[in-house]
Design a protein around this ligand. Structure first.
Ligand SMILES: C[S@@+](CC[C@H](N)C(=O)[O-])C[C@H]1O[C@@H](n2cnc3c(N)ncnc32)[C@H](O)[C@@H]1O
Length: 281
């Protein structure tokens, strides 16, 4: 009879080592009820590495010292990357109807400088490409704007950089925009679409850990999308992360948060502009 190596559970001490590492490196708190999620997500990886079970894997993660390749992989496996095109669409409607007119009038664009947008937890790219389409509609595809998209997870970043999606994922993109900004795969059976080079060239991707205290941005930005990421952190970490994000924003710039997120009680240099939309002092 072949024994199933995964009949064993992730032991408490090993879970605690993973928990401590994940929290200190990227700020995500893994509560006890996340244990089975962690087990499930690691199982495939452990099998692929030909290991005997969780304990061996956990030793391997920490044997390589700080920032080992396996630690990066572990972060990739643990992060939750759910996203959609035009997610929380009222943000994009507000951008077109109110915020872009304000920023372009103020001179962000009229006066030579391109409008800069940062999608700081960009996942597989749906958010930054949605922003790119919205900006292209407002300013024209050759307009002066660019988008900086970052995430801690290297695997979602490479998906985002490829800019290839299934037709099913792209179903939330309005038809007129699909026609303008997406190409179909040559083989229709693939049912894949890809963003055109003009859109792709507007978005630059990089790995960035929002928990890190010393990251740099190429330039300060006019709009930040920080949506559906802070929910994973405790209040103190949220406050630190958001203050750091704000330090990279131009005064009068706009910050978008996810609909289920709140900055209530946090000390930040912003004022409320509309629900979940803030303006930098
Ligand atoms: C649920 S997705 C949100 C994607 C998108 N912003 C949206 O609202 O659709 C959360 C993303 O945050 C990223 N993330 C988690 N911790 C992070 C950290 N410390 N620094 C940067 N990104 C992080 C995850 O890898 C994941 O891709």
């Amino acid at each position: 009879m072949t024994s199933n190596i995964f009949s064993k559970k992730l032991e408490e001490k090993d879970f605690n080592r993973l928990k401590t590492f994940i929290e200190s490196s990227c700020g995500i708190k893994l509560s006890e009820n996340k244990k089975s999620m962690v087990e499930g997500r690691l199982r495939k990886r452990i099998k692929a590495l030909g290991m005997q079970g969780y304990s061996e894997y956990v030793d391997f993660v920490f044997d390589g010292g700080r920032e080992s390749i396996e630690q990066t992989y572990l972060i990739d496996v643990i992060t939750t990357n759910k996203t959609d095109f035009f997610r929380e669409n009222n943000h994009f409607e507000m951008m077109t109807s109110k915020i872009l007119p304000i920023l372009s009038e103020k001179g962000g664009l009229g006066h030579h400088k391109p409008l800069r947008v940062w999608s700081c937890a960009s996942s597989t790219g749906e958010e930054p490409y949605t922003i790119a389409m919205v900006l292209a509609e407002f300013f024209g595809i050759n307009g002066k704007f660019n988008i900086f998209a970052t995430d801690i997870n290297t695997s979602v970043l490479s998906t985002a950089q490829r800019a290839i999606y299934t037709e099913d994922r792209a179903k939330d993109i309005p038809y007129a925009l699909k026609k303008k900004y997406l190409m179909r795969s040559k083989n229709p059976d693939d049912r894949l679409v890809r963003f055109r080079p003009e859109i792709r060239s507007k978005v630059k991707f990089a790995r960035l850990n929002l928990k890190s205290s010393h990251y740099m941005l190429p330039e300060s930005v006019d709009i930040v999308f920080c949506r559906n990421v802070l929910i994973y952190f405790d209040i103190k970490t949220q406050e630190e992360m958001l203050n750091r994000i704000c330090s990279h924003m131009n005064p009068g710039g706009f910050l978008f948060m996810g609909h289920s997120e709140s900055i209530h009680g946090l000390r930040l240099p912003v004022k409320t502009y509309a629900p979940t939309i803030y303006i930098r002092d």
